[in-house]
Design a protein around this ligand. Structure first.
Ligand SMILES: Nc1ncnc2c1ncn2[C@@H]1O[C@H](COP(=O)(O)OP(=O)(O)OP(=O)(O)O)[C@@H](O)[C@H]1O
Ligand SMILES: [Mg+2]
Length: 329
């Protein structure tokens, strides 16, 4: 494997850090309150792992409001190194707002955030990145008009020579990028081609490979598979698993329980800004996640409403919805 470079920019950014150490929390207690975990406390929100290490990233009772919209209300979540935490929820559930808080884009209105057990409050995404939190935003992951290899390095290009003779090592950079993308099963013929000419899946791959290469401890992927076909989704999911086996804490946001279940270790379900549930893999099943996501009761209600319509086509739709409400997965 190609060795990641030491990132001098990131080291500098961290030297201004003024955070304090968090008090240690005894295992079996909820860190937020110091009380013994309630029976409802699941492994998915548990602040400590079995090996006693602090989570890579944690939020406690976080809320975020946009005017009168409660985008998030009382969210508690801990993500751990070497695990994939899936955040599931419908449109407007608050998933992107949550990851924007974790990646320093928004600051929470209530609650606190901890990085490796220390309270943190990021002033912006640059500070979160300097801590090793890399976020792949679905739309803003790459710069379309820039070549693929420049996108991969984005200002962190390797250099050769010293002082006045220092210059960008273009050949070296292209070789590294090719090797890293090859690991994701992507064989790029021309590293100079612009990112805009790549497919959606290939673009995701460039953004994910970059985040992993530059040593992200926490890798956040916001709906990386939502615009992709089966094969490319498969490639992204394979990379999620690879990032986990490299010891990263991965946060994988998706609408799709079929993508989440096979790769996830923990599952957090959001609904209208609130936590609907949090489960370790052993505590749930694909069927349960699907039925929670589909909102079985809501589908049934919608089906009843449509059945009252006179249009025969609507009645057909109503039947299909009723069937879906009763047969999850
Ligand atoms: N910057 C903002 N200003 C005002 N309201 C916002 C802002 N960002 C999000 N919201 C609102 O907060 C709620 C949660 O939005 P969010 O984007 O987090 O949902 P989501 O789960 O990511 O949805 P999707 O699956 O559609 O991406 C929505 O009602 C949204 O309109
Ligand atoms: Mg979103």
């Amino acid at each position: 494997m190609t060795e990641p470079p030491t990132n001098t920019k990131e080291t500098t950014a961290m030297s201004g850090d003024t955070t304090q150490s968090a008090p240690a929390v005894p295992a079996g207690q909820t860190a937020a309150t110091g009380q013994t975990a309630a029976p409802g406390q699941t492994a998915a929100t548990s602040p400590t792992t079995t090996d006693g290490r602090a989570p890579a990233l944690e939020v406690r009772s976080v809320s975020k409001y946009f005017g009168s919209v409660n985008a998030l209300e009382d969210i508690t979540l801990a993500v751990h190194a070497g695990e994939v935490t899936c955040v599931l929820g419908d449109n407007g559930a608050g998933k992107s707002t949550l990851i924007k808080i974790l990646s320093g884009v928004h600051s929470p209105d209530k609650g606190e955030m901890l990085f490796e057990g220390e309270p943190v409050s990021f002033t912006g995404p640059r500070e979160a990145r300097a801590r090793g939190i890399a976020t792949v935003f679905q739309d803003l992951a790459t710069v379309p008009l820039m070549s693929v290899w420049r996108n991969f390095f984005l200002g962190n290009e390797p250099t050769r020579g010293w002082g006045l003779f220092q210059h960008m090592d273009i050949k070296g950079a292209q070789q590294i990028m090719r090797a890293e993308l090859a690991k994701m099963g992507i064989d790029l013929r021309d590293p100079n081609q612009t990112v805009g000419t790549l497919s959606g899946g290939e673009r995701q791959a460039v953004a994910i490979a970059r985040a992993v290469y530059f040593g992200a401890k926490v890798l956040i992927l916001d709906e990386p598979t939502s615009a992709l076909g089966v094969r490319q989704s498969g490639i992204v999911l394979k990379y999620v698993i690879q990032a986990r086996s490299m010891g990263r804490a991965v946060i994988f946001i998706t609408h799709n329980p079929h993508h989440a279940y096979p790769v996830g270790d923990r599952f957090v379900l959001l609904k209208r800004g609130r936590m609907l549930g949090a489960y370790a893999k052993s505590e749930t099943s694909l069927e349960q996640l699907t039925s929670l996501m589909a909102g079985g009761a809501e589908l049934e209600q919608l089906s009843h409403e449509l059945q009252r319509a006179s249009d025969p086509e609507m009645k057909e739709v109503a039947k299909e919805l009723a069937a879906e409400a009763h047969t999850p997965a």
